[in-house]
Design a protein around this ligand. Sequence first.
Ligand SMILES: Nc1ncnc2c1ncn2[C@@H]1O[C@H](COP(=O)(O)OP(=O)(O)OP(=O)(O)O)[C@@H](O)[C@H]1O
Length: 245
Amino acid sequence: MEKILEVTNLTKLYRNGRGIKNITFDIFKGDVFGFLGPNGAGKTTVMKIITGLSRADKGEVKIFGYDITEQFEKAMAKVGCLIETADAYEYMSAYRNLELAARFYSDIKKTRIEEVLEDVGLGPFKHEKVGTFSLGMKQRLGLALAILSEPEFVILDEPVNGLDIEGMVDVRNTITHLAGEKQITFFISSHLIHEIELICNRIGIIINGQLIREGRVSELLSDQYNSLEDYYISQLRGEGGSFLR
Ligand SMILES: Nc1ncnc2c1ncn2[C@@H]1O[C@H](COP(=O)(O)OP(=O)(O)OP(=O)(O)O)[C@@H](O)[C@H]1O
């Protein structure tokens, strides 16, 4: 199976001694890979390195076979991402923000902007200024920006953070639709186990900067566990009990 992302021995230590250590995993074409971990586990650190926003101390990242430090542009050519909150101009409308972002690509049609706005549920608000948007609406705009260029691999850091139930369902449906219909591969971080269970086929669990488990959801869940939540809690208790005290 084609490897879309290869992460090998990724390590980064901040001056305060926190960070990530020897993270290794692969994502294959068609995967919706969930990156699960409690607050401060290291999810954003990994995603920032993968998308070139931060540098690793050690290790290697390849996207579509290209090393992200040596061939960054080639590695990122078919990648869309949303890391932390969307980088949007608050005094412009959602539509105008997408129009500006579209200029970075040579082949985005006007109809594509309308399409992504509908996909993420921002159609009715497209001409309103982003500064007046709720956090959830900004998250949706971030998702729209991430998928605008019709990427083959999409990296989303906590995409449903701050969304109400309806917003969560919309984003979940959008991801499931894009993965199923358009064969887009996803790498999604979250601490919301239920969301991950509903949309991901494979997961990695990161605790205290270390990837403690990685695999197919169906294989990780043996008869012993009724849900991913049961499994996740058992792993936290085993490896990082302090998170639950
Ligand atoms: N720039 C930084 N300087 C120092 N420490 C940092 C920095 N960025 C992150 N950390 C620390 O590294 C650890 C991992 O942080 P990171 O943001 O990657 O975790 P996370 O899993 O994304 O957490 P959350 O779910 O809360 O967003 C945390 O202990 C955090 O305090």
